[in-house]
Each structure stands twice: as structure tokens, then as C-alpha cells.
Design a protein around this ligand. Structure first.
Ligand SMILES: Cc1cc2nc3c(=O)[nH]c(=O)nc-3n(C[C@H](O)[C@H](O)[C@H](O)COP(=O)(O)OP(=O)(O)OC[C@H]3O[C@@H](n4cnc5c(N)ncnc54)[C@H](O)[C@@H]3O)c2cc1C
Ligand code: FES
Length: 258
């Protein structure tokens, strides 16, 4: 897929949570083709510490409105700077990068999409794609507490949503892998994005239940195009750059202890 370096206009800035910002970007011409699970490398202006671009997943693409959304958690200098952007500002992106989640395999397939924390970001776009192409997505989203659940109304507008919170303030109490859904439903495959311990637990469940499973890795990145080797992951096929060969991998290709 062709890659672009583009200045997009910040059309809307929302704060769904005190630690998150949602940037809705647009362009004067139709946005390039992207696939769910791909990411952008964002140039952060105005700070010497943020010389390197920051990788951010494509949260959603609204073709009718010609918008590309980025859901960003404020963790350090770069992401805090991004949260200061105002409507009308420009943001320089290199995109679309990496390989996304798997395309639809068969009509009517049941796909479980498991997300935790800011890892829910790419699943909104993926769920929307699956539904539009004849699959049946189901979301299972985990958070610390009810107030940490993001974009719930949007997820619910696409497919059924099941939730776990660590404090039990919403959905079932505990972790995603403890949700009763996993004991009663069979899924054709599972896609996961979230903190590594969560992805490992889901991968273990998938392996034990014989369900194909892919995970989206968030290794530290710099160039985003396979040149600097700072995002290398050991796989059964050798060391690979997550930015170029991933970020989505079949769990059978990883060397995780599952
Ligand atoms: C493919 C990919 C997709 C991503 N998608 C999103 C997304 O949709 N939304 C989002 O908010 N974040 C996403 N991230 C993580 C995001 O890139 C980092 O949080 C960001 O680069 C941190 O920049 P910073 O300047 O704010 O923090 P820094 O000052 O660089 O670091 C602050 C803290 O964040 C940690 N950190 C930095 N980079 C990462 C990383 N890649 N993974 C985990 N911890 C990190 C550092 O260890 C440090 O503790 C993604 C990362 C990857 C690799
Ligand atoms: S980030 Fe440079 S090789 Fe992956």
C-alpha cells in the first residue's frame, strides 16, 4: 500500500477522559486508503525531546466526512504536546504504516475483538470494517474502572460489547480472560490489542481453546518503516521489524511462552 507524508488539518479535538485526547483530522482531498490495524507516525512540533515521530494507531476512518481519528493517551512529552493541538492546526503524518489485522476470511464468521486500555483504539476501525464486510464482530473490552472505558457508544453502535473492569464498576469484575462470555461462546478467531500481559493471557486462552488468534504489538518504534531496527521482535521466522512485518502477528509466529 502506498505511503504518504501529509499535513492533515485538525478538524476537531475531544477529551473523552482526563488522560486521553481524540484528534479528528481531515484533508482537502480524499484521505488515502488505509486498513484497520495500520498506524501513522506523527511529527510532534515544538519540543527537542520529540525529534522522533510517535507511532499512533488509526482509531477510525470516516470516509463520508473524510476524517481520520487518532485516540491518544498522554504518557510523555510527545503525547502531551499532541493533546495541546487546537482546531485548525496542522499535523504531519507518515501513513499508512505496517500491516493491519486479517481481512474477512468468510461471510458470517464470528470474530472476538479484545482490547485493553488505549489498545481499544484500532479495534473500533476493525470492528466497523468486519461488520461492513459480512463478518460478525463482538467486542470484549477491559479497563481498570468504568471511567476508563473509552468510545463505548461508538463500539456499541457497531457490535455487541462485553466489558470487564478490575474494580467491578462496569460489566464483570476482573480481567478480560475471566469473562463468562469465553465459557459460553465459540469464536472463529480472535484479534487482540492492549497491554502485553493481557495479550499473553488471551493468547493462552486462544491456544487452549484451539481458536486462531492475532495480536497487535506496541514495541518501541522510531522510523516506522523498517530502517532503524529499534522495534525488532523475535519470531519463529527470525527477528522481524514490528513496524514493517507487523504490528499484527499470528500468535503461532511469536516466541511467547504460552
Ligand atoms: C504500532 C503502535 C501503535 C500505537 N498506537 C497508539 C494509539 O493508538 N494511542 C496511543 O496513545 N498510543 C499508541 N502507541 C503508543 C505511543 O506510540 C506511545 O505512547 C508514544 O510514542 C509515547 O510518546 P511520548 O513522547 O508521549 O512518551 P515518551 O516520553 O517517549 O515516553 C513516555 C513513557 O511512555 C513509554 N512509551 C513510549 N513509547 C511506548 C510504546 N510504543 N509503547 C508503550 N510505552 C511506550 C515510555 O517507556 C515512557 O515510560 C502505539 C505504539 C505503537 C508501536
Ligand atoms: S521503527 Fe525503525 S525499524 Fe521499526
Amino acid at each position: 500500500m502506498k505511503k504518504y507524508v501529509k499535513d492533515l488539518v485538525v478538524k476537531q479535538v475531544e477529551f473523552p477522559h482526563e488522560l486521553y485526547v481524540l484528534l479528528k483530522l481531515t484533508d482537502s482531498e480524499p484521505l488515502p486508503e488505509t486498513f484497520p490495524g495500520q498506524f501513522v507516525e506523527v511529527k510532534v512540533e515544538g519540543s527537542p525531546q520529540t525529534f522522533l515521530r510517535r507511532p499512533i494507531s488509526i482509531n477510525f476512518v470516516d470516509r463520508e466526512k473524510n476524517e481520520l481519528w487518532l485516540l491518544i493517551k498522554k504518557v510523555g512529552e510527545g503525547t502531551h504536546k499532541l493533546a495541546e493541538l487546537k482546531e485548525g492546526d496542522m499535523l504531519n503524518l507518515v501513513f499508512p504504516l505496517g500491516n493491519g489485522f486479517s481481512p474477512v476470511q468468510k461471510q458470517g464468521e464470528k470474530v472476538l475483538l479484545v482490547g485493553g486500555g488505549v489498545g481499544v483504539a484500532p479495534l473500533l476501525d476493525y470492528g466497523n470494517y468486519l461488520k461492513a464486510h459480512g463478518a460478525n464482530p463482538v467486542f470484549l473490552l477491559g479497563a481498570r474502572s468504568k471511567s476508563d472505558l473509552l468510545e463505548q457508544d461508538l463500539f456499541k453502535s457497531i457490535a455487541p460489547v462485553y466489558v470487564t473492569t478490575e474494580d467491578g464498576s462496569e460489566g464483570e469484575k476482573g480481567f478480560v480472560t475471566q469473562h463468562t462470555l469465553l465459557n459460553i461462546e465459540h469464536f472463529d478467531r480472535i484479534s487482540v490489542c492492549g497491554p502485553k500481559p493481557m495479550m499473553v493471557s488471551v493468547a493462552r486462552y486462544a491456544k487452549s481453546s484451539g481458536t486462531p488468534c492475532e495480536v497487535s504489538l506496541e514495541n518501541m518504534m522510531a522510523c516506522g518503516v523498517g530502517a532503524c531496527l529499534c522495534c525488532v521482535e523475535k519470531t519463529v521466522k527470525g527477528n522481524v521489524c514490528v513496524c514493517k512485518e507487523g504490528p499484527v502477528f499470528d500468535i503461532n509466529d511469536l516466541t511467547w511462552n504460552i
